[in-house]
Design a protein around this ligand. Sequence first.
Ligand SMILES: [Zn+2]
Length: 392
Amino acid sequence: MTQPRSLTNARLADGRLVDIDLLDGRIAAISPATSAPEAQDRLDLCGRLLVPGFVDGHIHLDKTLLGLPFQPHRPGDSIAERIAAEKALLRHLPISVEARAHVLVAQVSRFGTIALRSHVDIDTDYGLSNLHALLSVREAVRDVMDIQIVAFPQNGILRDAGTAELLDEAVATGADLVGGLDPAGIDGDITAHLDIVFGIAERRGVGIDIHLHDPGALGCFELRDIASRTMASGLQGRVAVAHAFALGEVEPAVFGATAEALARAEVAIMTNEPGAAPMPPVGRLRDAGVLVFAGSDNIRDAWSPYGNGDMLERAMLIGYRQGMMADSDLCHTFAMATALPARALGLGTDYGLAPGARADLVALDAGSVPEAVAGRSGGRIVIKRGRVLGHR
Ligand SMILES: [Zn+2]
């Protein structure tokens, strides 16, 4: 059955067993489960845990090498070296950006991701070609995936003259947000870099999502600068910073001042659990009122051979790395892959397991959210706009 009128015997996160009526791709009503006999237009979930679909807050659809045989990783010591290595690799691939992006969207969809934010490389070499590829993918998959696109200056803005104009054009062409990259570490001029990024956001009326790997006190200085610019431009709630390694490696006073500034400006932080790199402390940021959400970031690309796009596994990795053991901790890492990125992406009341919301749901083979996270529950039934996309 691809379009059931109701889902029966669904286990909610609070333990209740319910039936859910669906209408026009949305949740019409939620009521206690009845033992009504099987009907053709019902999908019996048999007590599976039903949750809102996963939201991947940070992915790079144009970078993945999925669709090709496994590619050996090419190491690079600095970000600049790895940018150059990626360019060399991607220049001669036998399949298009579009084809690779389609493979990745299909893969994350099977894991239960129903919305994602993808960065797309914008530079003077690619121009807007990768953006056009992703705009076409977005249109083609609109029934299975909601896609936001960030115009991302992977080569820097100042160090690749002409990129500022391309970023502006990218937003005018259909990118939803403007990105940035290490204002100090890549461009060497924090003020000039952020002037351009915030200038485009204000002029075009879009949000901002900046990659920030700059370390320690320098990175925290940049975070506070971003926070104060966010307040000045009235962009509270529409600015995110990815990685923000600096928050994981500064003394408490600097951390406290920076977290307070981020919370006040409603600047969100994205982490993917960055392997050996320092990581923003999720619990301390949550306690300080900072929204921290998860994303896959690199999946099988020139930056990392790892990753599969499973946001439940991502929640587990974050909890494991940060020593989060209690049920409440596991529920929080789960929220980092569902409700919190939904808030960061501005999905609003369309998202969630409540009457009126879109029926974008995942049924998991688990009895509770903590069990699903800890066990990286494998079984999935993915439902998008009320349509069953498939079982896994
Ligand atoms: Zn990234």
